[in-house]
Design a protein around this ligand. Structure first.
Ligand code: DAH
Length: 373
C-alpha cells in the first residue's frame, strides 16, 4: 500500500474550495426558498442533495484526501450539507402546511347545500303481498313452485279437466299464441290461471306434495277501473293421503289470520270449477265493517261495498280426473287446491279504487306502500 500523499493540498481540489462549497450551499438554500410547491421542492432536493449534486460530488472527493486534510474538509462539507438539509426541512414543512391549509379550503364540504337527490323507488305492493303469502306457506312446509306465463294449452286447460269442448273453457277469455309459421294453432296460450302450476308440481314430484305458486295470468279484458288483462293469482295445492275439505278450511284460516288478522269469519259458497269437486268460493268477512254496513244505509262501507263480505278466490277438493292426468293414484291420494286473486285482496286491504293504478307502474302509487304493506 502506498503511503498517503502528504504533499497533497486539499485547497487545490476545486470542489472542496470553501467558496465553491459555500456557493453550492447558498444555491441550494436559494433553490429551496424559490420552490413554489412540493413538486418544485422535490426537484430542487434532487438537484441539490441527490447523488449528483455539487455537495455530494464534493463529499466524494474527501475520500481521496490525505488523512490530515480529511477532518477539515469533512467539517466544511458537513456543515454545508447540514445547512442545506435544514433549509430543505424548513421549506418542506412550510409548503406542506400551505398545501394542507389549501386542501382544507378547497375540499371543504358545505353540508347545507342542496344536492341532486336520486329518488328512491319502492317495491310493488303486489310483490310484497305475494311474498308474504309465500312465506306463510313456506312456514307450513310448502315448496314454492313456478310455471311459465306462456303455457301449453294442455296444462292450462286439458289436464285441469277443461277439455276442448268444455263450456267452462270459453269462460276464461284466452290469449292464444300464434305458431312461428303464423298459424293460430300453436298449442300455447298465455296462461289464464296459475292452476297449470298444480299439474307441473304434481308431474315433477311425488305425493306428499305441498306447493304454493304466485304468478301473473292473462285474460282478454280491456284495462279499466275493475278489469286488467294481466293480473296475479296465488295457487296452492296439497296432495297427500287422507286430505279433506277440512284441511283446506284450516289452511285458508291460517292464511287469513297471517295476512289480515284473526277473528274474521269465512264464508264457503258452493261453486263450480272443473278441476275441483266439490268446489267453493271463499268470502272473507269485511275486516272494516264486519258486516255492520249490510242493510244499513247510515253506515256504508267502501271496502266491501256494503256487502259485508270480500271475495278471496276459488277452491275445492282436487278432482280425481286431475290427479289421474298428473299420474297420481286417486285411490290412494286426495288433495285440495285453491287460487286467490291478489289484486282483489290488495284493493280490499288498502281501498285501492282503480285497478289501473296497480298495473301502470307509477311510482307515486307504490311509494306510500314503502317497504311493507
Ligand atoms: N283457477 C281458478 C280461476 O282462475 C281459481 C281456482 C279455483 C283455483 C279453484 C283453484 C281451485 O286451485 O281449486 O278462476
Amino acid at each position: 500500500m502506498s503511503a498517503p500523499n502528504k504533499s497533497y493540498d486539499p485547497v487545490e481540489v476545486e470542489a472542496l474550495k470553501p467558496e465553491v462549497v459555500e456557493q453550492a450551499r447558498d444555491e441550494a438554500i436559494a433553490a429551496f426558498a424559490a420552490a413554489a410547491d412540493l413538486d418544485e421542492l422535490k426537484q430542487a432536493k434532487v438537484a441539490h442533495t441527490g447523488d449528483r449534486s455539487p455537495l455530494s460530488l464534493a463529499n466524494r472527493e474527501i475520500g481521496a484526501l490525505p488523512p490530515q486534510a480529511k477532518a477539515a474538509a469533512g467539517k466544511l462539507i458537513g456543515q454545508a450539507r447540514g445547512a442545506v438539509n435544514q433549509a430543505l426541512a424548513k421549506r418542506q414543512a412550510e409548503l406542506e402546511a400551505e398545501r394542507d391549509a389549501r386542501v382544507l379550503v378547497e375540499e371543504a364540504v358545505d353540508v347545507t347545500l342542496p344536492f341532486g337527490r336520486v329518488p328512491r323507488g319502492a317495491r310493488h305492493p303486489l310483490t310484497t303481498l305475494a311474498e308474504r303469502i309465500e312465506d306463510t306457506f313456506v312456514a307450513m312446509g310448502y315448496q314454492v313452485a313456478s310455471g311459465p306465463e306462456v303455457e301449453a294449452e294442455w296444462l292450462n286447460f286439458d289436464a285441469l279437466n277443461l277439455h276442448a269442448d268444455h263450456p267452462a273453457r270459453s269462460m276464461q277469455d284466452t290469449f292464444f299464441v300464434e305458431a312461428p309459421d303464423g298459424s293460430a294453432d300453436s298449442g300455447m296460450v298465455l296462461r289464464t290461471q296459475t292452476s297449470p302450476v298444480q299439474i307441473r308440481a304434481m308431474l315433477a314430484g311425488e305425493p306428499p306434495l305441498y306447493a304454493v305458486s304466485p304468478g301473473r295470468v292473462y285474460r282478454t279484458d280491456e284495462l279499466d277501473a275493475t278489469h286488467t288483462p294481466v293480473f296475479r293469482q296465488v295457487e296452492a295445492i296439497a296432495v297427500d293421503e287422507g286430505i279433506t275439505f277440512g284441511h283446506l278450511k284450516g289452511t285458508i284460516e291460517v292464511l287469513v289470520e297471517k295476512l289480515i288478522g284473526g277473528g274474521l269469519e269465512l264464508r264457503w259458497r258452493p261453486s263450480y270449477f272443473p278441476f275441483t269437486e266439490p268446489s267453493a268460493e271463499i268470502d272473507l268477512q269485511c275486516f272494516v265493517c264486519r258486516g255492520a254496513s249490510v242493510g244499513n244505509p247510515d253506515r256504508p262501507c267502501r271496502t266491501c261495498s256494503s256487502e259485508g263480505w270480500i271475495e278471496l278466490g276459488g277452491c275445492g277438493v282436487v278432482n280425481p280426473r286431475v290427479l289421474v292426468a298428473a299420474g297420481i293414484d286417486p285411490n290412494r291420494y286426495s288433495g285440495f287446491a285453491f287460487g286467490l286473486g291478489l289484486e282483489r285482496i290488495l284493493m280490499n286491504r288498502h281501498n285501492v279504487a282503480d285497478m289501473r293504478d296497480m298495473v301502470e307502474g307509477d311510482v307515486r302509487f307504490t311509494l306510500p306502500f314503502g317497504m311493507e304493506i
